[in-house]
Design a protein around this ligand. Structure first.
Ligand SMILES: CC(C)(COP(=O)(O)OP(=O)(O)OC[C@H]1O[C@@H](n2cnc3c(N)ncnc32)[C@H](O)[C@@H]1OP(=O)(O)O)[C@@H](O)C(=O)NCCC(=O)NCCS
Length: 336
């Protein structure tokens, strides 16, 4: 697959995040299923995750992330003309989480919709926002990644319940004369659908029954092999399209599925692990929220600096993969 450099008139100008109060530690999980802290940390790098309270849904987390963004960056919320929410776990099939965010902030004259490409969702939403800004019809679009995966996690299955958590991250994609999005990448292998899924209105796949009764089911080993093979190739494609080298890449921000996967990807790219930004250690695998959570952790720690070359790469159920190479454009002093 050839990855073209992209035309862009967009850059990221603000960021915010929000996670539920309640922590679920590895020791908590050890009391629920046959596992232990040592196994979970060694195989996944995850130490704890956040779990939404009974009355807390995706819209509450998304609204929390947008409120955090608006608190930290001077911005008239009335000037926002688009809201795209990437999620697999909306409050309800409809109305969208995006329309609940619109209502919470009274953003009038706004395009608002949800999209779902699972763990690739946030990057797919950024690509979509770039396209909308390029038309000239939209100038300021909120892109939100949010999940309440605890609602579709089977807490009797030790191979999945150790992985997933809840959270939200939001960025503002704004029109910029000189776009900061340099190259994009995407692929989908629909035949890989049964490797990681949650059944819904249908519980069959091409005539074969799907298990799990709406909870997450996965073949972790096969997903692992696919991702650690494909993502390094894709990052190289994006760098090549933008005329850049791996040495010039300041930060690699993969979907935070499992730290061991990130290590394997970095090894295959000859990239030091210290140049990867992740969020799974404290939040687990939060699907569409994992990349913006990792970005915001890095902003708060002062790691991400304006001008940095950053490769975002989402991958997961679909099987879907989606990448974006960009220049980071937020001045660090405006972060908290
Ligand atoms: C899920 C994952 C952590 C499992 O790690 P793994 O090294 O592949 O482990 P396996 O599934 O092969 O299981 C190895 C052994 O550990 C056991 N095991 C599984 N989960 C365990 C747990 N939580 N605690 C202790 N042992 C566990 C298995 O039962 C198996 O035991 P056996 O050898 O006696 O049969 C790993 O495959 C993974 O992270 N995959 C990617 C998943 C992913 O990214 N999914 C979302 C898509 S975005």
């Amino acid at each position: 697959m050839l990855t073209p450099a992209i035309t862009s008139q967009a850059s990221i100008t603000a960021i915010g995040s929000f996670v539920p109060e309640r922590r679920l530690t590895n020791d908590d999980l050890s009391a629920m299923v046959d596992t232990n802290n040592e196994w979970i940390v060694r195989r996944t790098g995850i130490r704890e995750r956040r779990i939404a309270s009974p009355g807390e849904f995706a819209s509450h987390l998304a609204i929390g992330a947008v409120r955090d963004l608006l608190d930290r960056y001077p911005l008239d919320s009335g000037s926002i003309d688009g809201i795209i929410v990437a999620t697999t776990t909306p409050d309800s099939p409809f109305p969208s989480v995006a329309s609940r965010v619109q209502e919470a902030f009274g953003m009038n004259g706004c395009l608002a919709f949800d999209m779902n490409s699972a763990c690739a969702g946030f990057v797919s939403a950024l690509q979509t926002a770039n396209g909308l800004v390029l038309t000239g019809a939209y100038r300021r679009i909120l892109v939100i990644g949010v999940e309440t995966l605890s609602r579709i996690t089977d807490y009797t299955d030790r191979s999945t319940c150790i992985l997933f958590g809840d959270g939200a991250g939001a960025v503002l994609v704004e029109h910029a004369a000189q776009g900061a999005f340099l190259a994009s990448d995407a692929d989908t292998i629909g035949a890989g659908g049964p490797l990681v899924y949650a059944s819904g209105l249908s519980d069959e796949w091409n005539g074969q029954p799907l298990a799990g009764e709406g909870k997450i089911v996965q073949n972790g080993r096969e997903v692992y092999k696919w991702a650690v093979t494909q993502v390094p190739l894709a990052v190289r494609r994006m760098l090549e399209a933008a005329g850049a080298d791996m040495e010039e890449l300041d930060w690699f921000v993969p979907h935070s599925a499992n730290m061991r996967m990130v290590e394997a990807m970095c090894e295959r790219m000859d990239l030091p692990l210290s140049r990867a930004l992740t969020s799974m250690e404290w939040f687990g695998n939060t699907s569409a929220a994992s990349i913006p959570l990792a970005l915001d952790l890095a902003v708060r720690e002062g790691k991400l600096q304006a001008g940095n070359l950053v490769a975002l790469y989402g991958f997961g159920s679909g099987l879907s993969q989606s990448g974006l190479l960009l220049r980071w454009t937020i001045q660090s002093k405006t972060g908290r």
